[in-house]
Design a protein around this ligand. Structure first.
Ligand code: HEC
Length: 173
């Protein structure tokens, strides 16, 4: 675990340098928030597959559903959206670390994985800002940006069938 952490940190540092020279720092928020060498963190105790279904997907749906409502949102709805945006922002860091799934460590070592995880947090903070200012147009825009992050990462990394068989269950929403 510690070996993997150190290797991850090195790769993150490398990817940050690469991204800084090629694209500027905007896309690598996840890398910037990674633990530094020697500072231990609590390992994610569940798989990325489970995190996706139970945290990322749940939180994202609140943002999409809020943005899609035709009527004005109530104060309570805005507050719930704000809280789910915070969950989503934190989930970017959780996703970046990888969990107990068999493919998780390999994903977490990839600079592209770190970049997509960072984008998840960045876009979630845009949704939070939209909720803080009760701006429906901005909420919809952040929802659209969010779809691009989900799809972008899934196109690169997601296997056809989830590795642990944990699926999104639409009937629960
Ligand atoms: C950093 C990359 C990454 C990002 C960003 C990401 N995902 Fe995932 N997601 C994955 C991977 C990889 C899997 C497959 C995990 C496995 O099978 O072990 C997955 C699996 C899932 C699953 C479970 C499998 C299924 O088909 O039902 C859901 C649901 C899901 N993601 C939703 C989302 C949503 C919604 C977003 C955006 C808000 C998102 N993901 C963003 C990488 C990502």
């Amino acid at each position: 675990m510690y070996v993997a952490t150190k290797r991850t940190t090195k790769i993150l540092a490398f990817s940050a340098v690469l991204a800084a020279s090629a694209y500027g720092l905007a896309g690598v928020t996840g890398a910037a928030s990674a633990p530094s060498a020697g500072s231990p963190h609590v390992a994610v105790p569940i798989s990325t597959n489970a995190v996706m279904v139970a945290l990322v997907d749940q939180a994202a749906h609140e943002i999409w559903e809020g943005g899609n409502r035709t009527r004005n949102l109530t104060d309570r709805e805005w507050l719930l959206i704000e809280q789910h945006a915070v969950q989503l922002a934190a989930s970017g860091s959780v996703v970046s670390l990888g969990g107990t799934g068999k493919a998780d460590r390999g994903w977490a070592l990839s600079p592209a994985w770190q970049e997509w995880s960072g984008k998840l947090s960045t876009v979630a903070l845009e949704a939070k800002k939209a909720a803080d200012t009760k701006n429906k147009v901005a909420l919809r825009a952040s929802g659209d940006a969010l779809v691009n992050v989900c799809v972008g990462c899934h196109m690169v990394f997601k296997p056809d069938a989830p590795s642990e068989g944990i699926m999104h269950q639409p009937q629960l929403h």
